[in-house]
Design a protein around this ligand. Sequence first.
Ligand code: PMP
Length: 307
Amino acid sequence: MIKKSNFIWFNGKMVPWDKANIHVLSHALHYGSSVFEGMRCYQSYKGAVIFRLKDHIQRLINSAKIYRMPISWSRQELIEACKIVIRKNNLIDAYIRPLLFIGDVGIEINPIIQYDTDLVIIAFYWESYLGKDSLNLGIDAMVSSWNRVSANTIPYMAKAGGNYLSSMLISNEAHRHGYHEGIGLNIFGYISEGSGENLFVIKDGIILTPSCSSSVLLGITRDSIIKLAASINLEVRECMLPREYLYIADEVFMVGTAAEITPVRSIDGIKIGSGGVKGPITMKLQELFFGLFTGEVKDEWDWLEEV
Ligand code: PMP
């Protein structure tokens, strides 16, 4: 359940949470034509900071570009608007969801009128996506019977509303079978990603993650983990990973803005590694990630954006 905030940024205005409504004929509702982001604001040694705000806004712009959706706001206005939502709602620990969508422009699939998109930015408190204990206790996952989309069908590099129908199938199947999360394979049977997370596998001290050609969203947390691992000279390889890698891995963890860095303790009922909850490399990477906010880890990439 969402913990409501006071205001939602709606096309440039601060609108009370319960008044931020749209028409039932909205194109996005019928055809999934929205692109969005998910970011987190953390309480840090510098005060409230939005993690990699500029990178998230760039991905939003890229997603809109892929779908040729116009944006009425400049990059700088989008960045500022996210900060305003946090400040106006007196939030510190928060999840931020900018959503750009095609509104009430008619029933045609390809809108026949020249249209502007609508933009909302919603911010609210949200604990870690896979459950508040998951960061320490780990989760049980299953390989989904549903594959992720293939190249040149629905663009998986765009974070678009419609893509999440695939995520819904994967997550729903996992929950129905008593798992916390599902792992999608790509159409060739290689490991892709979770319903809302990228995935890392550790084998013999090397960190492996499905490459861009494995139908993954190029996650910003994924990129952060790759850079943090390199900063302590851990080897990371982006590659195609067959399903069975999951079963023989020493450690597996899932990452995403909402899920943060969540250890996976079993997959399809097979215990990962020695069966402990959190492996040493997963633990180290969690420490590096959360250390950015306490100041114990130097933010050499300028990822913390003060609100
Ligand atoms: N894959 C999918 C399908 C996602 O929805 C997300 C969450 N945005 C991720 C990966 C992780 O991306 P990020 O680290 O940028 O949140």
